[in-house]
Design a protein around this ligand. Structure first.
Ligand SMILES: *Cc1c(COP(=O)(O)O)cnc(C)c1O
Length: 388
């Protein structure tokens, strides 16, 4: 296969991860269902002197996806795990020990916070939350035992941007490890390792899978962190099922064109929503009005299809009127699939950032439907809010 490193995103997505000549010319890699792998003789077995030794330690199927992700992330190695949440918890378990301190961004995905507040605290890790706009100011929160600085940019539900290079520089000065949940941008629109992050995390459930039918996570590490990450993955036995891995590799082939459409439709709707009565604020990093816009523009090469709106006053009743009036948008969690979704956002868990935005927040995942139909659906929902 020709060197793909200097090729365009869509060319890379079409060819990364599998060379057809490695498997009889078939365009796609085989789906290997595996526990036992046979060895040719006792010495090979005793020395584990062959590429594959047991199903939990990788197969040609998991290697195909891991290689593709490494190509996109520019990472030394990638582990494939059964969910996006496992892609958060496994690196945290890999690098944190009793007595260590974790700095977690306050706008983090809620289950990440829950894992830190329950299991990590129980294991003797102390946890502090920092505001997403802290930048180089993170230095003041670093303690001698701060081992990991965890970032997520944009933040879940409210999309605050973080100055990742500034945070990474401050963290590295005190030899902490920087992790980033990069699910929103995918490696197409932001490459964390190029900006100083050590470990890049994805819920591949979202855009890579793309069809609301698969749960999967990937964790990619630079040279400094790859060995301990890989060791923890093997130690925990948290491997992913081959059919799911295959489906995500399949999803990657079309992710570039899907994302372009998600981006275009979401931005069209977000700009239009800024002009709509009943909408107080639109939380989308690619809008010039958004406080973190300059950071997004500096570091990111695109925006994906999920953002939020703040309704102009009201509370739960208005939020429910909006959701119940929707005909095309489904009410459901997760995102990155082909279909549009809406959720009433709850910010009660935030520790150091304001939870009250002056009205209910509705998160919109913009799918691949026609924008005119989605717009009409939202118009109906805003009318239902006015009728409350
Ligand atoms: C959805 C999500 C996850 C978790 O992914 P699952 O596959 O649903 O477990 C992690 N981080 C972020 C930012 C997410 O949006």
């Amino acid at each position: 296969m020709t060197d793909l490193r200097d090729k365009g995103d869509n060319t890379r997505l079409a060819h990364l991860g599998h060379d057809p000549r490695d498997f009889h010319g078939f365009v796609n890699p085989p789906v290997v269902h595996a526990s036992t792998v046979l060895f040719p003789d006792a010495a090979t077995m005793a020395n584990r002197a062959q590429r594959y030794t047991y199903g939990t330690r990788g197969t040609p199927t998991t290697d195909a996806l891991a290689d593709a992700i490494d190509g996109l992330e520019g990472s030394e190695g990638t582990i494939i795990v059964p969910s996006g949440l496992a892609a958060v918890t496994i690196p945290l378990l890999a690098f944190l020990s009793a007595g260590d301190h974790l700095l977690l961004v306050d706008t983090v995905y809620h289950p990440t916070r829950h894992f830190a507040d329950t299991m990590l605290r129980r294991l003797g890790v102390s946890v502090d939350y920092y505001p997403p706009d802290i930048g180089a100011g993170i230095a003041a929160l670093m303690k001698p035992n701060t081992r990991v600085v965890f970032t997520e940019s944009p933040g879940s539900n409210t999309f605050e941007m973080q100055d990742i290079p500034a945070i990474a520089a401050a963290a590295h000065e005190r030899s902490a490890i920087v992790m980033m949940d990069n699910t929103w941008a995918t490696p197409l629109y932001f490459r964390p390792l190029d900006h100083g992050v050590d470990i890049s995390i994805h819920a591949a459930t979202k855009y890579p899978a793309g069809h609301s039918d698969i749960l999967l996570g990937t964790v990619s590490a630079n040279e400094r962190c790859w060995k301990p990450l890989h060791d923890a993955h093997i130690t925990l036995g948290c491997c992913a099922a081959p059919d799911d891995v295959y489906q995500v590799l399949r999803g990657l082939r079309t992710m570039g064109v899907r994302l372009e459409r998600h981006q275009q439709s979401a931005l069209a709707l977000a700009s239009w929503l800024e002009t709509q009565p009943g909408v107080k604020e639109v939380l989308h990093p690619a809008l010039e009005s958004f406080p973190g816009h300059a950071l997004w523009k500096r570091d990111f090469s695109g925006a994906s299809g999920i953002f939020s709106i703040v309704l102009d006053g009201g509370g739960r009743e208005e939020a429910h009127a909006f959701l119940d009036a929707l005909q095309i948008f489904g009410l459901g969690y997760s995102w990155g699939g082909y279909e549009s979704l809406a959720v009433h956002v709850n910010l009660e868990d935030r520790a150091v950032t304001p939870g009250d935005r002056g009205g209910p927040i509705i998160r919109l995942q913009i799918g691949l439907e026609d924008v005119a139909d989605l717009k009409a659906d939202i118009e109906g929902a805003l009318a239902a809010v006015r009728a409350v």
